[in-house]
Design a protein around this ligand. Sequence first.
Ligand code: SAH
Ligand code: DHB
Ligand code: MG
Length: 224
Amino acid sequence: MADLHASWNDVDRYLIDTLADEDEALAAARLSSSETTAPGIEVTANQGRLLRMLAELVGARRVIEFGTLAGYSAIWFAGAVGECGVVTSLELEEQNAAIARANAERAGVGDRVDVIVGPARASAQALVDAGVEPYDFAFIDADKQSTPAYLRLVLELTHPGSVIVIDNVVRGGAVIDAESADDQVRGMRAALAEVAGNPSLEATALQTVGLKGWDGFAVIRRLS
Ligand code: SAH
Ligand code: DHB
Ligand code: MG
């Protein structure tokens, strides 16, 4: 096989067509990411389905997400939390937030997707300060260099039993470079080290290949 990426993509398309069951509103949201500030970096449909299933498995009613983009992953989560649930999604760019809100409306979940515009660190701190009800599930998928800060905030916004997923932990293998000068790589390594050093967290991480290239995600469970 000369071009491995071509086969990864073909297999992802096959798996998505066979199992992901992405509906029209989700497909429209995914395509609308071309109008955002970062076209095409949303999770794939099979990853979205996995996120939704993980949230369902923990019976999540409240999900917090760092990085909204076009609201694609948020709409998958909205399907998990049920009519009385809430997805709080933190996004820096007003342009993206507006697109995401429109996509959530079209998907019929506008009432349960709450996009908060601003730097996610400040938005999450404001939620901590306001003493909001804890979240059952957190998805960290914004600027990678801030991942350690987001993890610390998530630990203030969740409860024992909550599940935390961190996206993009592998980045084409870059994560193993302990000497990396790339802030994104350093951020991810620091976040994973914090997870490893925190006895109240159980965690693993998996590599992925497919439509998003070679990457991976960490799944973390709060024990206490
Ligand atoms: N979770 C989305 C993809 C998010 S892409 C999905 O899978 O559908 C990452 C997003 O993080 C982008 O929309 C980007 O604008 C946003 N972002 C970058 N830096 C940020 C910051 N400091 N605070 C909040 N959001 C940020
Ligand atoms: C990038 C960000 C993501 O969250 C992702 O899933 C893929 C790529 C990026 O910033 O390039
Ligand atoms: Mg991502």
